[in-house]
Design a protein around this ligand. Structure first.
Ligand SMILES: NC(=O)c1ccc[n+]([C@@H]2O[C@H](COP(=O)([O-])OP(=O)(O)OC[C@H]3O[C@@H](n4cnc5c(N)ncnc54)[C@H](OP(=O)(O)O)[C@@H]3O)[C@@H](O)[C@H]2O)c1
Length: 232
């Protein structure tokens, strides 16, 4: 029997790469997001319309082997110009949405006896960056939750997060919208490259698979060296 993985936010960007790669690796994939267009996803993928900011529930099987939670935001603003409602929205999509999904999945992940849940943080949690106060607070909540749940649910369910730096997806479009932005963003990464959805998907597939059976409570920094290397 193939193992079943639920990918929230599997329509575009990193989530889409994850859905394609997991399907190719033989997983049974359920993808959920707010919308779908024909041809967006491989035909074997079961799609459900679901908004993490709403109050509807997912239609899920008895047992889940994996959960990947991808919805996120990039609203970079000087601290004094951020409205409280914007901070609430960041928390809603990045953190509270993840909680809502987990409450529906956790027993199903436990039932499988070898569940793995993967969330997304950002490089800006570990490394202070201007204009990131709202998103790093929301992703900081995700990191805290991941470590705590890793302890609470060991050994039945593993919890890990990936903390990317800038990755070429629809979410990051405005940061890569011309050659100048693209060049300066490439240059500021020690590995002289902007991340790709495939870079992230490789890490997700590892964390979902038994290859990472002894890894839990970790924040994996897939960030071109941004969080730990300084060029001289
Ligand atoms: N790209 C980067 O540079 C970068 C950097 C650091 C961290 N990250 C993190 O990496 C993760 C993936 O980002 P990405 O760049 O792949 O983003 P993306 O291209 O915008 O994809 C986000 C996915 O989530 C879905 N989604 C968004 N809001 C949703 C909602 N309210 N309810 C249900 N689904 C929703 C979208 O589909 P629908 O529109 O159909 O709902 C889409 O499938 C995010 O958590 C992000 O914060 C990204």
């Amino acid at each position: 029997m193939p193992k079943t993985v639920l990918v929230i936010g599997g329509r575009t960007g990193i989530g889409k790469a994850v859905v394609i790669d997991l399907t190719e690796q033989g997983y049974d994939v359920i993808a959920a997001s707010r919308s779908i267009a024909s041809g967006d996803l491989p035909p074997s993928v079961r799609f459900q319309e679901y908004d993490v900011t709403g109050n509807t529930t997912l239609d899920l099987p008895e047992e889940l082997h994996g959960l990947v939670y991808c919805p996120g935001t990039i609203n970079l603003k000087p601290f004094k110009s951020i409205k409280l409602d914007q901070i609430r929205e960041e928390m809603e999509v990045n953190y509270l949405g993840a909680v809502k999904v987990l409450l529906q999945c956790i027993d199903k992940l436990k039932t499988s006896g070898q569940g793995s849940a993967v969330f997304f943080s950002t490089v800006a949690v570990q490394t202070g960056m201007p204009f990131h106060s709202a998103i790093s607070a929301a992703k900081g909540a995700v990191e805290g939750m991941v470590r705590s749940l890793a302890a609470e649910y060991a050994p039945k369910v593993r919890f890990n997060a990936i903390a990317p730096s800038l990755t070429e997806t629809p979410l990051a479009e405005s940061l890569l919208s011309n050659d100048r932005k693209r060049e300066s963003n490439t240059e500021r990464h020690p590995l002289k490259k902007i991340g790709t959805p495939k870079d992230m998907s490789e890490a997700v597939c590892y964390l979902i698979s038994p290859r990472s059976a002894w890894v839990t409570g970790q924040i994996l920094h897939v960030d071109g060296g941004m969080s730990s290397i300084r060029s001289l």
